[in-house]
Design a protein around this ligand. Sequence first.
Ligand SMILES: *Cc1c(COP(=O)(O)O)cnc(C)c1O
Length: 364
Amino acid sequence: MKIETLAIHAGREPIHLATTFERGADGTYPHGYFYSRSGNPNRSALERAVAALEGGREAVAFASGSAATLAVFTLAAAGGRVVCSSDCYHGTAKQLREILPRWGGTAEFVDTTDLDGVRRALEPGATLLWVETPSNPLLRVSDLAALAGLAHERGALLGCDNTFASPVLQQPFALGADLVMHSTTKYLGGHSDVLGGIVVVREASAELEGLRHFQGTGGGVPSPFDCWLLLRSLPTLPLRVRQQSANALAVARFLAADRRVERVHYPGLEQHPGHALAARQMRGGFGAVVSFQVPGGAPEALAVTSRVRLFTRATSLGGIESLIEHRASMEGPLSQTPPNLIRVSVGLENVDDLIADLSRALAA
Ligand SMILES: *Cc1c(COP(=O)(O)O)cnc(C)c1O
């Protein structure tokens, strides 16, 4: 079945708020569930649906994207070594720097667009290669098929944070990934009203068991209502993502042609260094996040965000409404993001209105 059909039919379930499920007189569990942290019908439906959209074996849902990445990193703890894209979600880098070492693991950050660099970084016994493509916030594009080859040669797993692309535009399992993760807060939710995360695994494995164990024992699980909200959002996912990507391409082209803009980062632009690769490994669009740099440093970048009327000044991405943010000041003191960089999440508004708003904001 195609993704539009799966998005509508892969999972539907009324909300079950019960935290506990009655046992049979014989001690069995006729409902298939016994306690909501370990499993409930809404979470099962969501997990089945997202696994189907990604073409994976099974999915494990969490209360946030961050809880999902942390679950993956527990697989690499105690002697494991994680190699991670240097341009990545700042919270992911923080977990690898501040939490993984306490659990006995180590992490190294490399530019995953540089295959020789990745090969070297994997050399001393890496157990997991964690890649974001397109990456946050610089929209770098990494070659998933080549990285899968390098990771597997070294006996490491390849995990992909597929949040920016969504399963509509990119299917990492088809390119050799072992694990696919989403902050479902973003495109899968799509309405900026639910926080969540999910990890999909390619096949039944020790990793799947480990994730299930961490989900039930760690307890960072989504509520039945969160799962229901996400399932409500999935049917429109393909339409939303494709239209938002088309809007983003128009916004990126406008910015690239405007002399008040220093540099635009968007893989859909022909001049982007990862454009040819993105065109090969993505389909139907290049995503709906665009970053750009303006002359004048952080003060001018902040000034541009102060002048918008239609874009909302807020962090996050993937919702139906357009957001704009000065990224470095949001990431905090350890940020590696250029101080004059503005990130926009392009929504479903009419793109002419969005472009007019940015044009007005750029004009001092
Ligand atoms: C938002 C985000 C996360 C973290 O997800 P939360 O739901 O905010 O915890 C991880 N990776 C990427 C690429 C993100 O955009």
